[in-house]
Design a protein around this ligand. Structure first.
Ligand code: NAP
Ligand code: FE
Length: 366
């Protein structure tokens, strides 16, 4: 089964191409961004200019930080209702787009701060346009939103088909202004999503051509993007790979590969993509016996061995040392075991295996 209700525009003129599809979504947009990125890359100004040209009204809410918190969702909901908006445009990395999804649900279903993860209360949503300015999360084509609950010091996601964006507008030049560390971390995030399409118990051969093409593109282009940030062709390849990653996890879900990184972000501030990267090699070793045929087919397509892939990864990732104590490992493991991603693993992974991963990758070897 392959299902994606999002209309995708991709390329230099994607925004212009989407013009006829914007007005039917509503009268007034709440544009949801972070403080600087959307403006800096040109996406915000170009979007506002198009809305003005179409005669559509808009209000700008720029209070979303990295790893958006529930309080920001609730203040976005208030602004949406005060301004009498009826659709949303999330511009940015995953953080503002995920926040736009949650604001849509909070406004449509009158959710309070304690209800934002409660999918049983999601009956409707306002339409969402997603304009990515990073090449990582693929959230422009997913039903997921990942938020942080400050009170519980916990990062977790929810999934609801109601928040599949109506339009995904992917303009590779918006990623030209990404700093080197964000380029790296987001590229690794996209790579995780693609690999998880193979690991997941919901793996779907319809996705394999996207996965193989996306992984190849990242392996070839991510190292170049780090040295040549202004190389548009390379940026386009990475944005396409990230889009394929989003289409992949929309079907296959994410696995332990993702949930093991969430506590590292909420407790230690490790960027999301890097948190995935730190455990990537050991995750692949853990899952390998269960998906050997599929992974070998991917490596054959790449023309590289597993060892070559690990060498590529080691060269790319910075050495990261996180001084986890046994108590913290215990705490992170409890959070991981309760995450919904665990249902997507290719076999049942127990708490001891998770602890071993934390110890091995984070404390002893680095
Ligand atoms: P992000 O947190 O949205 O942004 C990271 C940083 O990059 C911010 O400082 C941002 O600035 C800046 N930035 C963004 N675009 C820029 C540009 N074009 N030029 C210059 N700076 C730019 O990063 P992300 O990695 O894309 O998103 C990560 C979040 O998405 C995490 O919370 C993660 O858990 C989530 N995620 C969601 C899904 C999903 O399916 N929904 C999947 C994977 C991950 P501003 O703050 O000024 O915007
Ligand atoms: Fe991710």
């Amino acid at each position: 089964m392959f299902y994606l209700p999002t209309r995708i525009f991709f390329g230099a003129d994607a925004l212009e191409q989407s013009r006829d599809h914007i007005q039917p979504l509503g009268r007034k947009a709440l544009i949801v961004t972070g403080k600087a990125g959307a403006k800096q890359c040109g996406a915000l100004d170009e979007t506002c200019a198009l809305l003005d040209d179409l005669g559509s009204k808009w209000s700008h809410f720029d209070e979303i930080t990295e790893n958006p918190v529930l309080e920001q969702v609730i203040s976005g909901k208030k602004r949406f209702l005060q301004e009498d908006c009826d659709f949303l445009i999330g511009i940015g990395g995953g953080s503002p787009i995920d926040a736009a999804k949650a604001i849509s649900l909070a406004a449509a279903n009158d959710l309070g701060i304690d209800d934002v993860y409660d999918v049983s209360r999601f009956k409707k949503a306002y339409p969402i346009i997603a304009i990515p300015t990073t090449s990582g999360t693929g959230t422009e084509t997913t039903q997921y939103s990942v938020l942080t609950d400050n009170a519980k010091q916990k990062k977790a996601g929810f999934g609801s088909e109601l928040v599949f964006p109506s339009l995904a507008i992917c303009v590779p030049r918006y990623t030209l202004s990404l700093p080197q560390n964000v380029t790296l971390n987001t590229g690794i995030d996209a790579l995780s999503h693609l690999l998880e399409g193979i690991y997941s118990v919901k793996r779907n051969p319809l996705l394999y051509p996207l996965i193989q093409s996306g992984v190849k593109s990242i392996i070839l282009n991510l190292p170049i993007a780090l040295n040549e940030p202004g190389n548009l062709k390379v940026r386009e390849e990475l944005m396409r790979a990230s889009l394929y990653g989003g289409m992949t996890i929309a079907h296959a879900g994410t696995t332990l590969q993702h949930s093991i990184g969430y506590p590292l972000t909420s407790l230690f501030g490790v960027p999301h993509g890097l948190a995935n990267g730190i455990v990537m090699k050991d995750m692949m070793e853990l899952y390998f016996p269960a998906v050997e045929t599929e992974l070998n087919a991917m490596f054959a397509h790449l023309g590289m061995s597993k060892a070559d892939f690990f060498a590529w990864l080691e060269k790319l990732l910075p050495d990261t040392y996180i001084p986890l104590t046994e108590e913290e490992i215990e705490c992170c493991t409890t959070e991981v075991m309760a995450s919904r991603n665990m249902a997507s693993n290719p076999f049942v992974v127990d708490a001891d295996q998770v602890k071993t991963l934390y110890r091995k990758t984070l404390r002893e070897t680095l």
